[in-house]
Design a protein around this ligand. Structure first.
Ligand code: DGP
Length: 113
């Protein structure tokens, strides 16, 4: 299987501004930020979409959910951030390697567009 774009960033084959990493996941700044803080939190495992995760990914998904607030806090926005997962092209997913968008640093309207 060809590497996903995000695997190439994780493996330092293409540039990325990495702000956090551990054994299970890597976080780097979005190339096209939608907020002053816009970080992508990506599992090292290339799960294509949220709905292609399986029961064996349960602990990994939990780890991502517990890690995202720590990254927001490290950026100075532990009290006001948004997590977004786009699932499928119809929902705006363009990179088919599961990722959490961490958005902060401006008022975030609801509902989102
Ligand atoms: P989504 O549309 O939910 O699949 O989000 C994909 C995000 O990936 C989008 O916000 C832009 C970002 N992105 C695309 N290409 C690159 C890249 O080469 N580097 C970085 N850092 N982000 C990228």
């Amino acid at each position: 299987m060809a590497k996903t774009l995000f695997e190439k960033i994780i493996d330092r084959e293409i540039p990325g501004t990495i702000v956090y990493e551990d054994a299970q996941c890597v976080a780097f700044r979005d190339i096209n930020p939608a907020a002053p803080v816009h970080i992508l939190l990506v599992p090292r495992k290339p799960i294509p979409r949220l709905d292609s995760a399986s029961a064996e990914d349960q602990a990994l998904l939990g780890h991502l959910m517990l890690t995202a607030p720590k990254i927001a806090a490290a950026q100075g926005y532990g009290d006001a951030f948004r997590i977004v997962i786009n699932n499928g092209a119809g929902a705006g997913q363009s990179v088919f390697h599961l990722h959490l968008h961490i958005l902060a640093g401006r008022p975030l309207k609801w509902p989102p567009g």
